[in-house]
Design a protein around this ligand. Structure first.
Ligand SMILES: NC(=O)c1ccc[n+]([C@@H]2O[C@H](COP(=O)([O-])OP(=O)(O)OC[C@H]3O[C@@H](n4cnc5c(N)ncnc54)[C@H](OP(=O)(O)O)[C@@H]3O)[C@@H](O)[C@H]2O)c1
Length: 253
């Protein structure tokens, strides 16, 4: 159940070792977070986050093994995580990998993996969870999308295309759930300084994961459907979407 300010008490995270998710959870822990289930591949990294959450007062923080590129177990994972939490107030989708955009480094298997990690695996779990939230009659799904999916660039086109898919899926799911008591929030950050972008030159409007977390909490409190981080990116990408492709491809970064 959400507390009186609408802050979630029971949270499921897909991409449990994500730097952005960690900051969101630390902020939620200062509110009324009671129970977290982290789902992901890196159990050691997730155990570290779970330990940190317990140290700051979260009663239960546990980890479940999940590889989004293995479609077989995704429905079962949603079921298992829901059973552990009892009731899911918030499902946070924070998995992603930048991967490569170099043709010589890509092949059919690699593209399929990138699409599964960034889009299809998360959409599959979200669909199962959304049905559970509908039965519950409450809850929220929060998708960490990206401006990379708003207009796809050559420099990260497989990642960007998959993010565009996830973003569109979230918009459609939001429409399908409208009026049911279950909500969807889409978060569109620009460049965030996390392990995903380590070693890359920071793009304009870059932020830290703490700023994304603060924007997510504000979005939850305000009942927002879409959150851009930082906020000016909404206007910037509103304009960039209109640029002819010949100009778009010349932009640096
Ligand atoms: N950093 C940015 O500039 C930026 C900008 C916009 C949006 N985002 C989005 O924000 C979200 C969080 O990213 P972050 O910056 O926090 O990066 P991060 O720390 O690298 O987190 C990404 C997480 O996704 C997990 N993951 C990747 N592939 C997976 C798979 N096949 N199965 C299960 N888990 C998988 C990673 O786990 P492993 O350790 O097992 O790989 C990691 O926990 C992502 O959706 C990303 O696309 C990031």
């Amino acid at each position: 159940m959400n507390d009186a300010t609408g802050m979630p008490q029971r949270v499921l995270v897909v991409g449990g070792s994500s730097d952005i998710a960690r900051q969101i959870l630390l902020l939620l822990a200062r509110r009324r977070l009671v129970h977290v289930v982290l789902c992901g591949r890196d159990l050691a990294a997730m155990e570290e986050v779970a330990g940190e959450l317990r140290r700051v007062g979260v009663s239960r923080a546990e980890c479940l093994s999940l590889d989004l590129t293995e479609p077989g177990g995704l429905g079962e994972l949603a079921e298992e995580a829901t059973e552990r939490l009892g009731e899911v107030d918030l499902a946070l989708f924070s998995a992603g990998e930048l991967g490569s955009a170099e043709l010589e480094e890509l092949d059919a298997a690699r593209v399929s993996q990138m699409v599964a990690s960034n889009f299809s695996g998360q959409a599959a779990i979200a669909l199962e969870l959304a049905k559970g939230l509908l039965r519950q009659g409450s809850g929220r799904l929060v998708f960490i999308s990206s401006v990379a999916g708003v207009r796809v660039r050559r420099a990260n086109f497989v990642y960007g295309a998959a993010k565009a898919g996830l973003d569109s899926f979230a918009i459609g799911l939001s429409e399908a759930l409208r009026g049911t008591g279950v909500g969807v929030m889409i978060v569109r950050p620009g460049f965030v300084r996390t392990k995903m972008t380590a070693g890359l030159p920071a793009a304009p409007f870059s932020v830290g994961p703490q700023e994304v977390a603060a924007a997510v909490l504000a979005g939850l409190e305000e009942g927002r459907e879409v959150v851009w981080v930082p906020a000016p990116l909404r206007l910037v990408f509103g304009l960039l979407r209109l640029l002819p492709q010949a100009l778009w491809r010349r932009l640096p970064g």
